[in-house]
Design a protein around this ligand. Structure first.
Ligand SMILES: [Fe+2]
Length: 365
């Protein structure tokens, strides 16, 4: 993909997300049910690689490693992530010059030293320039399991579409500037979603490569106690709230997830699906099939220009951390229209049941 704008760090997509849990056997079965396959084991550490398409999920079980301490503090979580860069040495030097804090990770004999800076919640953010098959970091530091395909198709998920950070109230500017200053990310969307009691502000940042997208969420309701605050309490700090995986066929992928027993968020009410025709006239998607699976639809169809996004969320899967499954048909948003649509569908449902506006709709006595 050609760069969207100046790309001084030479970014080219997500390389991996690393996970850890205080107890073994939490993350691994979840990934298997999500369609990932164990493809490689680290040569010297208790670290394994799960893969689906071009998505790398590393599970780090090494005692006394940064991942181990991270899990002790935050519970089962994404404890590190990696960006692909064209030249990791150059990118690392540039990041340090711009004020990024280096993180030293102890390496074993004959093991690659992967440059990392301090990222969200203190988690290492690695810069990786060895990602081609045959010369990747896994070809050096890991052993491939015999007879296992290197890029298993799984449930059809191909890449990490985006991952979202939850930050403390007032910290949005800090994290926005971190990605803008060091990596030249740009804000492509800003939205403020107010429910009746709570709210959240979201700033969606996109990297110059158009492949790394990181929305930042902050609590915005006056009362407090909203979903972002709840996450921060439960997670014991700022961190990755959800990771979205991209597929070309969400209907088939969701069927596979359901067969495998991945708990997904309950489908919205029927009114949400009835409203699709007025929200997105001429969308052309099979409403009954979406409804049967609880898949949400967003985007726009203004002037016959169809830009659609199909999405569905998992239940919280690792502590408060959850996954999103997404298919894009020319829409580059994050489903923000669904927040409003879900809210309105609940309101209309209340109206139909007579629990809202019951007095105002009556004829005057
Ligand atoms: Fe998302």
């Amino acid at each position: 993909m050609a760069d969207l704008f100046e790309n001084p760090m030479g970014l080219c997509g997500f390389e991996f997300v690393e996970f850890a849990a205080p107890t073994a056997g939490v993350v691994e079965p979840l990934f298997e049910r999500m369609g990932f396959t164990l493809v490689a084991r680290h040569r010297s550490k208790d670290v394994v690689l799960y893969r689906q398409g071009d998505i790398n999920f590393i599970v780090n079980r090494e005692k006394h490693s940064p991942a181990w301490y991270f899990a002790a503090e935050h519970g089962p979580s994404a404890c590190a992530m990696a960006f692909r860069v064209r030249d990791s040495h150059k990118a690392y030097q540039r990041a340090l010059e711009l004020g990024a804090q280096p993180i030293e990770i102890a390496t074993g004999v004959m093991e690659l030293r992967l440059p990392a800076i301090k990222g969200i919640g203190g988690a290492p953010l690695y810069l990786i320039d060895r990602f081609e098959d045959g010369r990747s970091i896994y070809d050096i530091d890991f052993e491939w399991l015999p007879g296992v395909p290197r890029h298993p198709v799984g449930h059809g998920f191909k890449v990490i579409d985006h991952l979202t950070h939850n930050v403390y109230k007032g910290r949005m500017a800090f994290w926005g500037s971190f990605y803008e200053r060091i990596f030249n990310f740009r804000e492509i969307r800003y939205f403020d979603i107010q429910g009746e009691y709570t709210g959240l502000t979201s700033r969606a940042l996109t990297a110059p490569d158009g492949l790394i997208r990181i929305p930042l969420n902050e609590e915005s309701g006056k009362a407090g106690g909203g979903q972002i605050e709840e996450y921060l309490m439960q997670f014991n700090g700022e961190g990755i709230q959800h990771i979205a995986l991209l597929t070309d066929d969400l209907l088939a992928s969701v069927d596979a997830l359901q067969m495998a027993g991945i708990p997904l968020l309950t489908a919205p009410n029927d009114i949400y699906y009835e409203m699709l025709a007025e929200r997105l006239p001429g969308h052309g998607e099979p409403v009954e099939a979406l409804k049967a699976r609880g898949i949400l639809l967003d985007g726009s169809t203004t002037g016959g220009d169809k830009r659609l996004l199909l999405q569905i969320f998992s239940q919280p899967a690792l502590g408060p951390v959850f996954f999103e499954f997404i298919q894009r048909k020319n829409d580059q948003g994050f489903g923000e229209g669904n927040f409003k649509a879900l809210f309105e569908s609940l309101e209309r449902d209340q109206l139909r049941r007579g629990s809202l506006g019951a007095t105002s709709s009556k004829e005057p006595a």
